[in-house]
Design a protein around this ligand. Sequence first.
Ligand code: PGA
Length: 252
Amino acid sequence: MTRRRPLIAGNWKMNKTIQEARDFALIFQEKVADVTDMDLVICAPFTALAALKDELEETIIHIGAQNMFYQLNGAYTGEVSPLMLVDLACTHVIIGHSERREYLKETDEMIARKVKTALEVGLTPILCVGESLAQREEGKALGFVRGQVEKDLADLNSDELSKVVIAYEPIWAIGTGRTASAQDAQEMCDAIRSTLAGIAGAVAQEVRILYGGSVKADNIAELMAQPDIDGALVGGASLDPQGFAELIRNAR
Ligand code: PGA
């Protein structure tokens, strides 16, 4: 079986000023300087990216954004181009987070265009998928998430597909302190991988699938031990540099 390199990404969401981002970076980079066996990414608000470029560009820590537009430039007031993210030394970008699907009404069609455009400029998209509590209780979680994967990755060839990172984030586990059980998370990540195999065959074995939703220093090890979970997308527990470094240590 292909050995996939683990990836742990922090999602700061709408948190941290420029100074707070700098303060985080100074402490965090020291704490994780020896972590060379996995990819580490900090996905910061747009306004903090320039500061992170200054502080982290020469370190092992990758910089990511939390959104982008699906065009490279033009009359799109208020949007941010993927080329602007590359300019800010970003290597990764979160796409289709459930909070954007819910509050900003992002559709699978928009998300598919964003994933494609991110790949075109060399950014690694971290595509978020995940079901609501109602869908899980009705037994519709697997079918719903499979559908999201198919729609959001439409139009990619297998080379492009191999570069995508997928984050399975059940909506009911985000920010609630309620983590999916390692078994449920594994079941979904396995279903996502078999969906990918249906689309692109053997390449599915190369795609990294993360779990997200109330990941903490004390539950990361059990999640990482699952065969189809290759890392985590971490919200609340990525805001404190010491705590996030400890979580990363526990993931190894
Ligand atoms: P959480 O957020 O870790 O705070 O639950 C995860 C996410 O939304 O990416």
